[in-house]
Ligand binder design. Structure first.
Ligand SMILES: Nc1nc2c(ncn2[C@@H]2O[C@H](COP(=O)(O)OP(=O)(O)OP(=O)(O)O)[C@@H](O)[C@H]2O)c(=O)[nH]1
Ligand SMILES: [Mg+2]
Length: 180
């Protein structure tokens, strides 16, 4: 008998995003994991896990997975074989950098690639983290937030930066709330 065993990462929160969105950097600032971080696409080639520790002994597990691009379900980029690692995550956190050309389009592409891989994935609870907020000044950020409120109605979202740590505490608390 031949047996194929497949190891699927089991985490509470799975990070989903385009390459270079800041997923690994986020994992590195909210957990003690030390994933490789670099300013080029597809730095992460396999999932990384970390434990987010909060006050009152609260903890949850976060998984950083490789970046996804349009066409991943047809094998573009790293393909989508690693998406099996988010099948068992309780919730998904889409990571979209604030300097993305079109926030909504980026979200829709990611969502669509997930759906093509496994329609059940998009039935999971999810939230969006708009990353790299340090790249924008206050004024630009408030303009952006107005757009987000209009384009992402009812979707829980967070805005923050892994560089200056703005918004990271609210992100952790928000994820905890969704998980519980
Ligand atoms: N300004 C700014 N840069 C950031 C932030 N987070 C990450 N970066 C930078 O963005 C680049 C990509 O970061 P990674 O964390 O490697 O991105 P990733 O989403 O894991 O990328 P892949 O592994 O390729 O999917 C690096 O140069 C980081 O230093 C942030 O909050 N602000
Ligand atoms: Mg990475």
């Amino acid at each position: 008998m031949n047996l194929t065993l497949e190891l699927k990462v089991l985490a509470d929160v799975g990070l989903v995003g385009f390459p270079n969105a800041g997923k690994s950097t986020l994992l590195s600032v909210v957990t003690s994991a030390k994933p490789k971080i670099a300013n080029y696409e597809f730095t992460t080639l396999k999932p990384n896990l970390g434990i987010v520790s909060m006050t009152d002994y609260r903890t949850f597990v976060m998984a950083d997975i490789p970046g996804i691009i349009e066409g991943a379900s047809e094998g573009k980029g790293l393909g989508h074989y690693f998406l099996r690692h988010i099948e068992r995550n309780s919730i998904l956190l889409y990571v979209i950098p604030v300097d993305a050309k079109d926030l909504k389009k980026e979200f829709e592409i990611l969502n669509n690639e997930l759906k093509k891989y496994n329609p059940e994935l998009i039935d999971k609870d999810f939230a969006i983290f708009f990353s790299k907020s340090d790249l924008m000044d206050k004024e630009l950020l408030s303009e952006l937030e107005a757009i987000i409120k209009k384009d992402f109605k009812k979707i829980p979202y967070f805005i923050g930066s892994s560089i200056n740590m703005n918004g990271i505490k609210s992100l952790k608390e928000g994820l905890w709330k969704i998980l519980n």
